[in-house]
Design a protein around this ligand. Structure first.
Ligand code: ZN
Length: 230
């Protein structure tokens, strides 16, 4: 595959990832944004283009300092949080952000997801954290996200939505879907008196079984990681 063909294929992956968010009912309108790491920075969805009208040539190629070369569309207003994640987390190659309904409900209520279901561990820790509120598109929001992601692959964004990362677009998408499922489940348990939480030992056992225990501190080689079962 030559560079041009590869660039087109990478852009198409980003388009299809945003459209998959719509199909999975994780986003609507123009609120979701998706990116993937590239050789020179990242490829990210533009601002203000509806997913069903998005084409590979609309995807914005930019460096991690925010520079957009040539005549391209304006990148997502959340480009900074994508760029800062790639800069700070070398194992991350894809970022998905959306306002999926149940994750957003919890984010608006400032309720991070605790260890109420073993699959919470698929985000890499004992719960799915909540990033402090800051204005959309701001450096402050990016910094609060980075703090929440220091021991997690995903987080809720207070009064905003959710964000999921991964070694590939497929993994980041799958994690965003899981965050929404877990948020829905937690929301449901809150209606009947709250969840019965798993212990630290029980969650450690799940993380070990997933093969990603401590992955934030000492990443295993990618081919040694096992896929969590769903
Ligand atoms: Zn947003």
């Amino acid at each position: 595959m030559n560079d041009k063909t590869r660039d087109y294929a990478d852009r198409l992956d980003v388009v299809q990832a945003l459209q998959a968010l719509v199909e999975k009912k994780l986003t609507s309108g123009t609120s979701g944004n998706v990116s993937t790491r590239s050789d020179t920075g990242m490829l990210i969805t533009p601002t203000g283009v509806a997913p069903d009208g998005l084409l590979p040539e609309h995807i914005v190629a930019m460096n991690l300092d925010g520079h957009v070369a040539g005549d391209q569309l304006t990148p997502s207003s959340e480009w900074q949080m994508h760029a800062d994640i790639y800069r700070e987390k070398p194992d991350v190659n894809a970022v998905v952000h959306c306002h999926s309904p149940y994750a957003t409900i919890l984010a608006c209520a400032h309720k991070p997801i605790p260890a109420m279901h073993y699959m919470v561990a698929a985000a890499g820790g004992h719960g799915i954290p909540l990033a402090d509120y800051a204005t959309f598109g701001s450096k402050a929001l990016s910094l609060s996200n980075l703090e929440a992601l220091s021991n997690s692959l995903a987080c809720l964004l207070a009064n905003h939505g959710q964000l999921a990362t991964g070694a590939s677009l497929g993994k980041a998408l799958k994690l965003a879907e899981l965050v929404e499922e877990q948020a829905h489940c937690y929301w449901g348990t809150l209606a009947i008196g709250g969840p019965n939480l798993l212990s630290k030992k029980e969650m450690d056992d799940v993380l070990e079984a997933f093969g990603n225990y401590g992955q934030q501190r000492c990443p295993p080689k990618r081919d040694q990681q096992s896929e969590p079962e769903s």
